[in-house]
Design a protein around this ligand. Structure first.
Ligand SMILES: N[C@@H](CCC(=O)N[C@@H](CS)C(=O)NCC(=O)O)C(=O)O
Length: 237
């Protein structure tokens, strides 16, 4: 469990779990990782630790559970303020701006990802992808403003927003492979494209990044399953 009595309930492919893992990795904190079977057999520990949503990630710190990925990242930053780099900006206004963009990422980027993956028709999926390019352009402006010309949303170092967006990078690569295009295109969003490369090259990121080939396989499997279910429905009508 490491020196800090930390456990993380997770699922390897989850972008939200990746956020918690990134925060722990950048802080240099050790913890016990427990893989959950979220699509079938949720453990009694998960039910007990997140009775409201029964979702991962859940961080368990000295037997107290903390739910919701953004809240977990903030908690880690506050409780372990003396360990590793500081993640949230120091200035209250900069913190407010970071939280605004974090909410935007969850609200817009995540729902468009779901639309690209789970859209009922090819047109729905294409629409999701088109809208996600518009969201990337908005995030390009956010990166420009927050980084103040430096390498990361957090400035010279990775901060809260880098981790919030960073949770999605493995899925960005996965969608890029499946769609044979670039979500963060160097021509349209050069700052974001450079950020993606820089962020993925960091050791603390590499240490916790899920295997993109496995994510591609998982996506193909889910697609085949959804296609079979849709075909069965249309045959029964
Ligand atoms: N808003 C939550 C979202 C967490 C979430 O959606 N987790 C998914 C895995 S990606 C989950 O546990 N799903 C299980 C379920 O829906 O029953 C967060 O930021 O932590």
């Amino acid at each position: 469990m490491g020196d800090h009595e930390l456990k993380l309930l997770g699922m390897w492919a989850s972008p939200f779990v990746l956020r918690a893992r990134l925060a722990l990795s950048f802080k240099g904190l050790s913890y016990e990782y427990i893989e959950e079977e979220i699509f079938g057999n949720k453990s009694a520990l998960l039910d007990k630790s997140n009775p409201v949503h029964k979702k991962v990630p859940v961080l368990i710190h000295k037997d107290k559970s903390i739910c919701e990925s953004q809240i977990i990242v903030e908690y880690i930053d506050e409780v372990f303020s003396g360990t590793g780099p500081s993640l949230l900006p120091v200035d209250p206004y900069d913190r407010a701006v970071a939280r605004f963009w974090a909410a935007y990422i969850d609200d817009k980027l995540f729902s468009l990802f779901m639309m690209m993956i789970k859209g009922k028709t090819t047109e729905d999926k294409a629409k999701g992808r088109r809208h996600s390019f518009a969201v990337a352009e908005t995030l390009e402006g956010a990166l420009k403003g927050c980084s103040k010309g430096k390498s990361f949303f957090g400035g010279d170092n990775v901060g809260f927003l880098d981790i919030v967006l960073g949770g999605f990078v493995a899925w960005v690569h996965t969608r890029d492979i499946l769609s044979r295009s670039k979500q963060f295109d160097a021509g349209k969003t050069p700052l974001l494209a450079a950020w993606l490369e820089r962020f993925c090259a960091l050791d603390a990121t590499k240490a916790v990044m899920p295997d993109v080939e496995k994510l591609v396989e998982l996506s193909k499997m889910r697609q085949a399953r959804d296609d079979a279910a849709a075909a069965a429905v249309s045959q029964s009508n």
